[in-house]
Ligand binder design. Structure first.
Ligand code: SAM
Ligand code: SF4
Length: 333
């Protein structure tokens, strides 16, 4: 009997149709909220091959997974990513494939990725100031990142979303300039609250610039905003429209307004572990199953069990919270 679409429902009734796939743990920069300064990356033979990723997606698509996002590490460090995108869009049931990138390697390949069938693109850009870029990412490269954003726009991605993590003491002063830059170039700006997923476990609540504070800055320095009428209640971003018609901005308030109760996401790490939550303390070894040559039903059962075991939500705001061992770059944000 063929599996029933929409079967990935957890014990809280959440339907899982969204899969984020990390294609590498490697990165060309070292953002302080994500990576350590010195890092030992996984041996390449531990990474899932394109064929293994596509086989996994082919197994979960009939279970209702129709939305895929490629991430990392920096996904554009994975050679020939367009080949993987072509493989994924060809899988029956996959409705769209997106990419989250730091943009530094994007300019030369943006058009090729779009031709391969990439639907959506998010570029992470936390500052427009070269010195702050270097302090946040411990590397140079702001110009390349900006060039990547503009190239994505030229290649026809619409919208191009810009993601910024704002950390107190690092880049609060970038909120208004980033929002203005996004408006000027018709990009959709999204501000993300800093989460305890940094490699150094140095996260502190005091360093989080909460969504409300960002909204206040935007309203006073950029333009008045109102909640978007077509806001998707299941999406993590709280969308606002500028009242003067100059675009949209999203707030991802993972800490101050967790959206766990509408979470529809699963994550596959680059070394083939399935995680049912960003903050999960357990994971399921999918690579072992894929490499053992076992039947698809075995993988299906493992995915269904992982979904069934999903907890209600992260507990960042409680004393019970335990930061997972894997930092963001190794999970796939
Ligand atoms: N390298 C790509 C990039 O930076 O877009 C993709 C991987 S990165 C881990 C994905 C997203 O996670 C980025 O937007 C990044 O800003 C975000 N991120 C990383 N660490 C974070 C943290 N501790 N809190 C909030 N967002 C974080
Ligand atoms: Fe690399 Fe993205 Fe992590 Fe920054 S956030 S270190 S770009 S993986």
């Amino acid at each position: 009997m063929s599996p029933t679409p929409g079967r990935l429902v957890d014990s809280f009734g959440r339907v899982h149709n969204n899969l984020r796939i990390s294609v590498t743990d490697r990165c060309n920069i070292r953002c302080v909220y994500c990576m350590p300064e010195t890092v030992k990356f996984m041996p390449r033979d531990q990474l899932l091959s394109f064929e293994e990723i596509a086989r996994f997606v082919g197994i979960v698509a009939p279970l209702g997974v129709d939305k895929i996002r490629l991430t990392g590490g920096e996904p554009l460090l994975r050679k020939d990513l367009d080949v993987l995108i072509r493989m994924l869009v060809a899988i029956e049931g996959v409705a769209d494939v997106g990419l989250t990138t730091n943009g530094m390697l994007l300019a030369p390949v943006a058009a090729k990725l779009r031709d391969a069938g990439l639907e959506r693109i998010n570029v992470s850009l936390d500052t427009l100031d070269p010195a702050r870029f270097e302090r946040l990412s411990r590397r140079k490269g702001l110009e390349d990142a900006i060039e990547g954003v503009l190239a994505a726009k030229r290649a026809g991605f619409d919208p191009v979303k810009l993601n910024a993590v704002i950390i107190r003491g690092f880049n609060e002063e970038d909120v208004a300039p980033l929002a203005r830059f996004a408006r000027e170039h018709a990009l959709e700006m999204r501000f993300i609250e800093y989460m305890p997923l940094d490699a150094g476990h140095l996260w502190e609540r005091e360093k989080v610039v909460f969504a409300q504070e960002i909204l206040d800055v935007l309203a006073s320095e950029v333009g008045p905003l109102a909640p978007s009428a077509d806001r998707d209640p299941r999406a993590p971003a709280l969308d606002y429209d500028y009242l003067d018609g100059g675009g949209r901005v999203g707030l991802i308030a993972s800490v101050s307004r967790p959206f766990c109760l509408s979470c529809n996401r699963l994550r596959l790490t680059s070394d083939g572990k399935l995680r049912n939550c960003l903050f999960a303390l357990d994971e399921t070894d999918v690579k072992g199953l894929l490499r053992s040559g076992g039947p698809a039903e075995e993988v299906e059962r493992a995915v269904a069990a992982s979904v069934a075991a999903k907890w209600e939500g992260h507990e960042i705001n409680t004393a019970r919270f335990i930061q997972p061992d894997r930092p963001m770059y190794s999970i796939g944000g």
